[in-house]
Design a protein around this ligand. Structure first.
Ligand code: FAD
Length: 117
């Protein structure tokens, strides 16, 4: 089956940007409800990802490395780790998760609890 690699890669870049930005905005000390929201979101995100082959791979990664939702740090670190699993599968360089810092900035300034509230 012939795909369109350019479109697939572009979708991937846009999605990762969004995915990591969601994690960067997740509360530092989430409530149980917020943790459950993120966990459900991640599983539904995987299930509904438009590239079927990617979704299938990603769901396998998820079953091996379940989402970490206890804090912003845990969620961001987990997302970086699982993106690196995809990088490894595709022979791409590993991203240094220690350099995550403010790499993913939503541009939404000081509305600190804007996400998952
Ligand atoms: P990308 O991997 O898209 O990364 C974009 C940018 O994010 C990088 O330039 C870097 O600045 C930063 N980055 C890189 N690694 C990390 C990290 N670990 N943590 C935080 N930031 C990082 N493609 C396939 O061909 N087959 C698949 O099975 C497949 N599965 C995918 C599953 C998901 C859930 C997603 C979102 C994408 C998938 N893709 C898949 C697409 C693939 O991961 C890439 O997005 C695409 O190949 C473009 O790669 P890229 O080199 O531009 O960088």
């Amino acid at each position: 089956k012939l795909g369109n690699e350019t479109a697939k890669a572009e979708l991937g870049r846009a999605t990762w940007k969004y995915f990591h930005t969601v994690m960067a905005r997740f509360p530092e000390t989430p409530t149980e409800d917020q943790k459950e929201a993120l966990r459900s979101y991640i599983y539904l995100f995987a299930r509904l990802y438009p590239c079927g082959e990617c979704a299938e791979h990603f769901m396998q990664h998820l079953s091996k490395y379940p989402p970490q939702v206890s804090s912003r740090n845990a969620a961001s670190g987990w997302a970086c780790f699982i993106h690196n699993e995809v990088n490894a599968m595709l022979d791409k360089p590993e991203f240094d998760c220690a350099n995550l810092g403010d790499f993913y900035d939503c541009g939404c300034g000081g509305d600190e609890e804007g996400a998952a509230a």
